[in-house]
Design a binder for this molecule. Structure first.
Ligand code: ZN
Length: 184
């Protein structure tokens, strides 16, 4: 979703069917507080790199199952055997660098849980800051988190604004859920 406002328009006009409708109406831009869910969202954004969001949404459930329901501690302990297992799984994005990034990032999340109480609390503690500073921070902390991935992750989880077009019917529902960017 390079252009969120056009994503809103496309989805409300029926683009992508039920899968996109569900994601757009109930997930995209809504705040996420559970650490494993946050980690899962970052993992999905990373897996989108170079591919369409459609591909990732279609595979989202298989990706979640393959990555232990996005359980941070479990993924952090993945070994070379797990990497080989994932590389054989046609239901996911089979790219070694993305798999290794997931494991590395899970370990980084574990560290943040130790130092800040939770991954979410760490993000909260950095908030608010400029987009380019978020990008730098994520580059230092995680693997495979470039500008677009960091931005989409933060937008998709309500940390920075811009997920929905103000004219989108879901915009006010998102506001009711009090995304973090409202505090800026
Ligand atoms: Zn929308």
């Amino acid at each position: 979703m390079a252009d969120p406002s056009s994503y809103c328009t496309a989805v409300t006009q029926g683009y992508g069917g039920a899968l996109h409708q569900h994601y757009h109406d109930t997930v995209y831009g809504f705040p996420v507080t559970d650490d494993n869910a946050l980690f899962g969202r970052l993992l999905l954004e990373i897996n989108q790199a170079g591919l369409s969001w459609d591909t990732v949404l279609n595979k989202a459930e298989s990706i979640k199952a393959a990555y232990a329901d996005f359980d941070i501690a479990t993924v952090a302990a993945f070994t070379e055997t797990d990497i080989e297992r994932l590389l054989q799984n046609p239901g996911i994005i089979r790219m070694r660098k993305k798999i290794e990034a997931a494991i590395y990032n899970a370990n980084q999340c574990l560290e943040l849980q130790k130092t800040h109480g939770s991954f979410g609390a760490w993000i909260d503690a950095q908030h608010p800051q400029k987009e380019e500073d978020w990008v730098q921070l994520f580059k230092q902390k995680f693997k495979f988190t470039g500008k677009e991935i960091t931005k989409e992750f933060l937008m998709g989880t309500g940390y920075i604004k811009g997920a929905h077009d103000p004219a989108c019917p879901v915009y006010t529902t998102v506001l009711d859920a009090q995304p973090k960017w409202l505090e800026e």
